[in-house]
Design a protein around this ligand. Structure first.
Ligand code: BDR
Ligand code: CA
Length: 309
């Protein structure tokens, strides 16, 4: 199986991504590294442990950075609720937090595993990954690939008119990661806004009749109300599981290798990701920018795999 580290700020959509990964035999999740994002770190690390416990699998959970590299932390309780994982009450986790710092775990793992065999899957602000790259530059070349959820260009932003939440929260970290020189796939709002949780899709999770299916359906009911109420849309965009689905079935997605850079200086467009989709510059093509997905295939994959938990 392909070895991955999931760096995450759960988050209902992070939770579904984690369950998808843990349910998939093609992947070996080496660890979950929590970062501050949707809610503060003390909640994201707790939520990560709740999710692992729900899955019935055993994966270590590490707590990482409490604040962005240079900015004050901004959170998203308006989307995810006070706990970050509102929608269903799950038991307090008995799985203890691993005492090692998430950044140390990332560095040690990349040094211990054979070069080019560990893929990083960031689902939140990029603070942990950038800190690891800054502290231990030798590990960068050992990364197989980075597949991340963040950014938006054709769709604009979701936290400011220009910026997507994960990149906005820590633009300096995103800049470090985007310039790291390893293969990067970016799954932005341009793609995830096509992955809407319609009624029928949510009910398919509930109809599984399992604890995991019930939890996913309840999380999505909660998560989508933000977009449904605010924008009158059909459902909420199920962002983060796209990263894991991309590893499992890349044929569900469509993107293009191009130059992607992040704005760190402007106050107005802080955290905006600029994708040179049309190749109008000759700046280096540092990332595959994913613009499209087969939504039916994506939700079929999700229900199928979650059913196995
Ligand atoms: C991203 O921000 C978070 O709220 C979600 O978990 C997702 O990672 C979407 O902008
Ligand atoms: Ca997230």
């Amino acid at each position: 199986p392909r070895k991955i580290i999931i760096d995450t700020d759960p988050g209902q959509d992070d939770a579904v991504a984690i369950l998808l990964a843990l349910a998939s035999p093609e992947l070996r999740v080496l660890g979950l590294t929590a970062v501050a994002g949707n809610v503060p770190l003390r909640l994201t690390q707790r939520n990560a442990r709740v999710i692992v416990e729900l899955s019935g699998k055993s994966v270590p959970v590490f707590a990482g950075c409490e604040h962005p590299l240079e900015r004050v932390l901004e959170t998203a309780e308006h989307v995810h609720g006070k706990s970050g994982l509102d929608g269903i009450v799950l038991p307090e986790p008995t799985l203890p937090l691993d005492p090692r710092h998430a950044v140390d775990f990332i560095i040690d793992t990349l040094r211990a595993e054979a070069p080019g065999t560990v893929t990083l899957c960031p689902l939140g602000p990029l603070t942990n990954i950038a800190t690891a790259f800054r502290r231990a530059p030798d590990v960068v070349d050992r990364v197989q690939e980075i597949v991340l959820m963040g950014g938006g260009f054709f769709e604009g932003g979701n936290i400011t008119p220009a910026a997507e939440f994960n990149i906005y929260v820590d633009p300096e970290a995103a800049d470090i990661v985007l310039r790291c020189g390893r293969p990067i796939t970016v799954i932005p709002l341009d793609c995830t806004h096509k992955a809407l949780t319609t009624r029928a899709r949510v009910e398919r999770f509930r109809a599984l009749g399992t604890r995991a299916g019930e939890a996913v359906a309840s999380w999505l009911d909660f998560f989508e109300r933000f977009d449904v109420e605010k924008y009158g849309s059909e459902g909420g965009p199920l962002h983060d599981p796209c990263v894991i689905a991309y590893l499992l079935k890349p044929e569900l997605f469509h993107g293009r290798l191009c130059n992607v850079e992040v704005e760190t200086r402007s106050e107005l467009t802080r955290g905006m990701t600029v994708a040179d989709w049309w190749g109008v510059t000759d700046r280096p093509r540092n990332a595959t920018w994913v613009r499209d997905l087969d939504a039916e295939g994506y939700f079929a994959l999700l229900t199928d795999r979650i059913a196995a938990l």
